[in-house]
Each structure stands twice: as structure tokens, then as C-alpha cells.
Design a binder for this molecule. Structure first.
Ligand SMILES: Nc1ncnc2c1ncn2[C@@H]1O[C@H](COP(=O)(O)OP(=O)(O)OP(=O)(O)O)[C@@H](O)[C@H]1O
Ligand SMILES: [Mg+2]
Length: 470
């Protein structure tokens, strides 16, 4: 059944189908009853002429004789509606009198017994009464057959009398049902009007009071959706406000410092102003980069279908030289412990994830500290771990640092607070989990990103592997 067909039509079809079956079954039962009644009413009347004929059968020598004048027989055959035939069969089944075309009874008849049965005579349906009369050495069968005209009339009359009310009730039921469903669906129409009349800005919940019980779950689901939509719009607005605020600060600095620089005659002063401008420009472009990455990682962002096999090992070793250079500049001991770990995903986003985690570790760990990057597989997981022995993230802050623009109060190093939210978005997009704990050394941060491991059979052969970390 077409899913979009109207409820009223669906419900009516569900009613009409079984109703037709019921009426058909009722009609069949009525027909059988009417047939029985007609047979009972007319069968005994049909037996009478057979008995009358039987009483006039005698044995004359070796012959069976019917001593009934033809005028009497004709009188017995008189009927206003049906044609009546008779037949007398001798003990050996030979025709003694009457119609030769009538067949013998379907069963053997004992003497003085009678039976009724249906058969055809010259192509016409007939009802037959058969009676067996005893003569010395056997039984003579007397049969009287009549056509079914008056019986059919009676059956038809009885059938109409019992079926017509059934049909009437069925039609009335369908009509009432059709009307009733229409009335019953009025609350849905009202709800539709109520929602259609709203302005697009009105995301208040739809009142559930006064709605029928069946509609309430629908309204409640709609309200849940509205409240989620509200929350999403709220967070979007907060995000835009935060982003605008974050952009405004370095841009205002940039403008002021550029103004000052223009009026500056001293080259030394000019140089320090230009340094500030360079710093502010870098912060702005970093923020814009982070915003763009976040937009790409969000659920609505561009997504390659299904992703491709990615080796976390190769991903981590790709930009080793740059990272080591940064670590050396800060006097941090950066180590890599890389084992094969394959997952399915988007290499560019996974690189961003790693870059943000490594950037944090290097940014927030003090000089003389150490940072370790690990990749390995464990059971059904492909793991990426970044461990440092820096200041660590207090337990109470571990949920919040994944929020956008959230930074720990004491953080000195520059940043805009988007790195970990980017990490969270990318991990979620790859069905990954993030585990944020204290390093086993009791100090510093250990962040573990757990991806689903790529099945062994799906790992590319070595020749293809260089493409996996594009
Ligand atoms: N490895 C770490 N050690 C200590 N604190 C950390 C570490 N990683 C993150 N944090 C804290 O969590 C905060 C949020 O980190 P996140 O990467 O989201 O933002 P950010 O580094 O401040 O800015 P961005 O990465 O966008 O430039 C950081 O400001 C810092 O206070
Ligand atoms: Mg960061």
C-alpha cells in the first residue's frame, strides 16, 4: 500500500476488505440455509406422486405392470411452475414406464425406502424423489423428477431477505466510518494550521494540552526537535559572536599599530611596531585557519564518501622534520614510537587532528620537557597517543577544553581555543573516541584518540601505501 495515501483511505480500506469477506461468508451461509429450507419444503410434496405411482405397481406373471391410466399419471405430474417427469424401473433396472432419460438413483435403495437427490435431465437441473417398492423377487424403483424453478425462486427470495440487511449494514458502516475518521482527524488539521501559522522565528514548543492522546507523541517529538534546533541556533550564535570577538581584537591592534607605524620617523620604533603587526597578522590568520578547519570538520562539511585507508604511522612521520625543529627551538625532547596502525578516513582532516594535538603539547610543555607521539593497534582499535610532561589539564577542566574558544585561565601561550574542538569534531567524524588523562608519569597530559581499526584485508599493499598519506 502506498505509504503516502491518506489515513482516511487506509483506515477505510482496512474496514472495507474484511467487511466484504464477512458479507460474502454471511451470504454463503444464508444460501446453504435457504437451499435446505427450500428442499425441506418441497421434497415431501415430490415424494407423494412417487408413493401414489408405487401403490399401483403389480406383478403380472413375469412382468411388472403399472395399472394407472395415463390421465391419472398426468394429474400427478401437474405443477404450476415446474415440469415433472416420472420413471418406473424393474428389478433388473429395465424401464417399465415413464421417461427413459432419467438415470438410476446414485445409491442402492432397500425396499420401502426413499431418497432425494439432484441430477440433470435433458440438460436441465432436476430434484428427484426415488422410492423402492418390494415385489416378490426384488425391488421396483419409482422416481419422480421435477425442475428447480420454484425451488430457485424460493432460495432467491430467502437469500435476498437475509443478505439485503447485511449489505445495508455494511454500507452504513463504511459511510459512518468514513465520516467518523474525518471528524476524528480534525485535531490533526488544527495542529497543521497551528504550525503553518507560525512565523519562522517562533521556535517555542507547541502546547501539548488539549491534543488527543495519539497526537501527543508526535507533538512531543516535534517539541524535542524544536528545542534541539533552538540549542543549535543558540550555540551557532554564540559561536559567531565569539569568532567575531576573537577576530576583532587582533584586527583592532593591527589597525592601531599600522596607523602608528605610518607616522613613525624612527626606524627602531618602526621595527617594533612592524613586529607587533606581524604577530597580530599571524594570530589572525591562525584563527581564520582554525575556523576554516572547524567548518570543514563539522558534520555539514565537505565529506569524501566513506574515506580511504589511512596509516596513522605514515601520517605521524610525514612532517617529523618541522615538528622536531619546533621542539628543538623550545628545548623539548620530541620522541616518536610508531607502529603500524590503519584506519579508514580523510587524510587531510586526520593530519589536522594530529597537528592540533602536537601543537598543544609543544605549546604548553615548558622548556626541558618531553613529548612522545605513539601509534599502534590494539584489538579492534587503531590508536594515536600524544603524551607530554607539561602542566597537564585539571580533571575539572577536561570536559570544557573541548568546547569552542575555551582556554584554561592560566594559559600563557597564544591560541584561540579552537584546537581541541577541531580534534573532537574530526574524531567523531571518524567514529573515534578521545581519552584525556594524566600521563603515566603522574604529570602532564596524555591524549589518546581511538579509531576503529581497518580490517587486515583492506590494508593496501606496500606499493600503494605511499598514497595513503597524501
Ligand atoms: N597538552 C596540554 N597541556 C596543557 N594544557 C593543554 C594541553 N592541550 C590543551 N590544553 C589547554 O586546553 C586549552 C584548549 O586547547 P585548544 O587546543 O582547544 O585551544 P588553544 O590551544 O588555546 O588554541 P588553538 O589550538 O585553537 O590555537 C588550551 O588553551 C590549554 O589551556
Ligand atoms: Mg591548541
Amino acid at each position: 500500500m502506498n505509504a503516502s495515501r491518506s489515513l482516511r483511505q487506509r483506515l477505510t480500506y482496512w474496514l472495507v476488505g474484511p467487511l466484504i469477506l464477512l458479507v460474502a461468508a454471511g451470504t454463503f451461509v444464508s444460501y446453504r440455509t435457504a437451499l435446505d429450507a427450500a428442499n425441506r419444503a418441497y421434497d415431501s410434496a415430490l415424494l407423494d406422486p412417487a408413493l401414489a405411482i408405487a401403490s399401483h405397481i403389480h406383478r403380472v406373471g413375469s412382468r411388472i405392470d403399472l395399472d394407472l391410466p395415463s390421465i391419472a399419471i398426468d394429474a400427478l405430474r401437474i405443477d404450476t411452475e415446474d415440469r415433472v417427469h416420472y420413471q418406473v424401473l424393474g428389478p433388473a433396472g429395465e424401464l417399465v414406464a415413464g421417461t427413459p432419460q432419467l438415470s438410476a438413483p446414485p445409491e442402492r435403495l432397500e425396499s420401502d425406502n426413499h431418497m432425494f437427490y439432484d441430477t440433470t435431465l435433458e440438460g436441465e437441473r432436476v430434484r428427484v424423489a426415488a422410492f423402492a417398492v418390494a415385489v416378490d423377487d426384488g425391488a421396483v424403483i419409482v422416481q419422480v423428477a421435477e425442475t428447480l424453478i420454484k425451488r430457485d425462486k424460493m432460495v432467491m427470495a430467502l437469500l435476498i431477505a437475509s443478505t439485503a440487511p447485511q449489505l445495508l449494514i455494511a454500507f452504513a458502516a463504511v459511510a459512518l466510518f468514513w465520516f467518523g475518521i474525518g471528524r476524528g482527524l480534525v485535531p490533526l488539521d488544527r495542529l497543521r494550521e497551528e504550525i503553518a501559522a507560525r512565523s519562522p522565528r517562533d521556535l517555542r514548543p507547541v502546547p501539548e494540552d488539549g491534543k488527543p492522546q495519539e497526537v501527543r507523541p508526535l507533538v512531543s517529538a516535534l517539541n524535542q526537535l524544536l528545542s534541539r534546533l533552538n540549542a543549535a541556533i543558540d550555540s551557532q550564535q554564540r559561536f559567531i559572536a565569539n569568532a567575531a570577538h576573537q577576530l576583532r581584537t587582533p584586527l583592532a591592534g593591527l589597525k592601531t599599530h599600522a596607523e602608528l607605524a605610518r607616522r613613525q620617523p624612527s626606524t627602531l620604533e618602526l621595527k617594533s611596531l612592524l613586529d607587533m603587526i606581524a604577530g597580530e597578522t599571524e594570530r589572525t590568520s591562525h584563527l581564520i585557519n582554525q575556523l576554516l578547519t572547524l567548518a570543514r570538520a563539522e558534520p555539514g562539511g565537505i565529506q569524501a564518501a566513506g574515506g580511504e585507508p589511512v596509516s596513522l604511522h605514515q601520517l605521524a612521520s610525514r612532517d617529523v622534520r618541522e615538528w622536531v625543529q619546533r621542539a628543538v627551538n623550545k628545548n623539548i625532547d620530541l620522541g616518536f614510537e610508531l607502529e603500524d596502525a590503519w584506519t579508514l578516513g580523510e587524510p587531510l582532516l586526520l593530519r589536522e587532528l594530529l597537528a592540533n594535538l602536537l601543537d598543544n603539547a609543544l605549546a604548553y610543555t615548558g622548556a626541558g620537557g618531553s613529548v612522545t607521539v605513539r601509534t599502534h593497534e590494539h584489538g579492534g582499535d587503531a590508536l594515536l597517543e600524544i603524551e607530554d610532561n607539561g602542566p597537564g589539564i585539571p580533571e575539572s577542566e577536561r570536559g570544557k577544553v573541548f568546547e569552542r574558544f575555551y582556554r584554561l585561565a592560566a594559559t600563557e601561550a597564544e591560541g584561540c581555543g579552537l584546537g581541541l574542538s577541531i580534534v573532537a569534531e574530526i574524531a567523531e567524524r571518524h567514529d573515534g573516541r578521545i581519552d584525556l588523562t594524566t600521563s603515566p608519569g603522574g604529570r602532564g597530559t596524555l591524549i589518546r584518540v581511538i579509531f576503529p581499526r581497518l580490517a587486515r584485508g583492506a590494508v593496501p599493499t606496500p606499493e600503494l601505501r605511499q598514497h595513503a598519506t597524501r
